[in-house]
Write a protein that binds this ligand. Structure first.
Ligand SMILES: [Zn+2]
Length: 190
């Protein structure tokens, strides 16, 4: 369902008033409209159809090796504070007949990142959808991210990087496969 923009703008205006702001001053007049638009954009993952994204992205390919896509840019909002967390997502999988187009895999990450999220859940949702929808033999997803709710509010946490991973199928069952994934992800490219 599409959010009611007029209602969202009204709520942002109320929030500004409650913060002690003058909502009529020049810099703030259009802020409710801008915030509402930004929030709609940043949560568009709720309204995206994962299947549509995936169906346009699959290619038949008989390869037995591991496919790794590293450093997919990631921007999301933490569900506890509605503040951004951002970083990189690495995805590895062993296909069984089908592979993803690289740019579409980034789109898939956005579908889940553009919601209110927990980094752990985001990691799991991405691995699960790759596993289920392309019937991969195994999947590994790692996300490295910095959380503004920690960096801006806390002390001594400005440089903390949160790392989460999720492994399924052969990545979970075979230590060697999991290690191959982690080594390839850790290796810095050209
Ligand atoms: Zn937070």
């Amino acid at each position: 369902m599409e959010p009611n923009m007029a209602k969202m703008e009204g709520l942002v205006r109320e929030l500004l008033l409650e913060l002690g702001e003058d909502v009529n001053r020049e810099g703030l007049v259009k802020t409710p409209e801008r915030v509402a638009k930004a929030l709609k954009f940043l949560t568009q993952g709720y309204r995206a159809d994962v299947r549509t994204v995936i169906n346009q992205a699959l290619f038949t390919q008989t390869t037995a090796g591991m496919v790794i896509i590293k450093d997919i840019e990631l921007y999301s909002l933490c569900e506890h504070h509605m503040l951004p967390f951002y970083g990189r997502c690495h995805i590895g999988y062993i296909p069984s007949g089908q592979v993803f187009g690289v740019s579409k895999l980034a789109r898939l990450v956005d579908v889940f990142a553009r919601r209110l999220q927990l980094q752990e859940r985001l990691t799991e949702q991405i691995s699960q959808v790759v596993m289920d929808e392309i019937g991969a033999k195994g999947v590994g997803v790692m996300i490295e991210a910095r959380h503004l709710c920690m960096m801006m509010r806390g002390v001594e946490k400005q440089n903390s990087l949160m790392v989460t991973s999720s492994v399924l199928g052969v990545f979970r069952e075979h230590l060697a496969t999991r290690e191959e994934f982690l080594n390839l992800v850790a290796r810095r490219g050209p």
